[in-house]
Ligand binder design. Structure first.
Ligand code: ATP
Ligand code: MG
Length: 267
């Protein structure tokens, strides 16, 4: 049985004219198994972030529902942790205090909080940096703090919105490998939004391809590449075939909405 179900989910934002609305998501259906790594690609503005925010319940749907373990999700909770592109660290808090934040919200006692935070900082190889401040870290290190913070609350589902988007290409690949290593060990369910098709194929068990706005899931591409995966996979014929399939699906959508980012893997 699916762990997470998105059922006929639609969301309209208030439009620019008074009384008007803008349909961002149109009856999206997704079903995700426990421990699955699902990646999402789609044209800019198609509603990927909106979808993650609905799963996190930071937004309420206009219609439809999100269910976790067959129960409607109605408010944010530690069972769904969100990792953003811009790290979202508090600059006045040290690294360890940033990781402890989620545990504070869960009302975990202070000594245990520290122990847990250190465990996850060690996992992302930042134990030695626990008393540094965010500005003393590189972009990749900051993103690892964000991942440690999300994992430390022991969520059932990890929601990642272009988490490596601000990193340069090489660091990004290393971070992808690290995330796979953590996922292979922790087996959290992950929903990972990216505009990089290679990243989507390389990481995912399944790639959901979304339409241009209003966003719908137009196709699910199952990625049957063996695990554990490493970077050499990118040169294999099967990998190239997946890349091409997804690119072909997206090309039509991008033409429809005329938008794709300059930093995309497609440019
Ligand atoms: N608060 C808001 N009010 C009104 N419209 C919004 C709001 N947030 C997003 N939108 C619109 O909803 C659509 C979907 O936005 P969203 O941020 O989910 O797209 P996205 O797929 O994440 O795009 P990107 O790839 O650029 O991050 C866009 O057209 C956007 O302009
Ligand atoms: Mg977005």
């Amino acid at each position: 049985m699916a762990q997470l179900e998105v059922k006929d989910l639609s969301l309209s934002y208030p439009g620019s004219r008074s009384g008007s609305t803008f349909l961002a998501l149109d009856k999206v259906n997704v079903s995700i198994e426990k421990g699955e790594f699902v990646t999402i690609v789609g044209p800019s503005g198609c509603g990927k972030s909106t979808l993650l925010m609905l799963v996190a319940a930071l937004l309420r749907p206009t219609s439809g529902a999100v269910q976790l373990n067959q129960k409607d999700v109605t408010k944010p909770g530690p069972d769904r942790a969100l990792v953003f592109q811009d790290f979202a660290l508090l600059p006045w808090r040290t690294v360890i205090k940033n990781v402890e934040l989620g545990l504070e919200l869960k009302k975990v006692p202070s000594a245990q909080r520290r122990k847990e935070a250190l465990k996850y900082l060690d996992m992302v190889e930042l134990g030695k940096f626990c008393n540094h401040y965010p500005h003393q870290l590189s972009g990749g290190m900051r993103q690892r703090v964000g991942i440690a913070r999300a994992l430390s609350v022991d969520p059932e589902v990890l929601l990642m919105d272009e988490p490596f988007g601000a990193l340069d290409a090489q660091i990004r690949q290393v971070m992808g490998l690290e995330l796979l290593r953590i996922w292979e060990r922790e087996r959290k369910t992950i929903i990972f939004v990216t505009h990089d098709i290679d990243e989507a194929v390389y990481l995912g068990d399944r790639v959901l391809v979304m339409s241009a706005s209003p966003g719908r899931v137009i196709q699910e591409v199952k990625i049957s590449l063996p695990r554990p995966r490493d970077l050499s996979l990118r040169n294999k014929a099967e990998f190239t075939a997946y890349r091409e399939t997804i690119w072909n699906l997206l090309e039509k959508q991008v033409q429809a909405n005329g938008a794709w980012r300059q930093d995309s893997a497609l440019s």
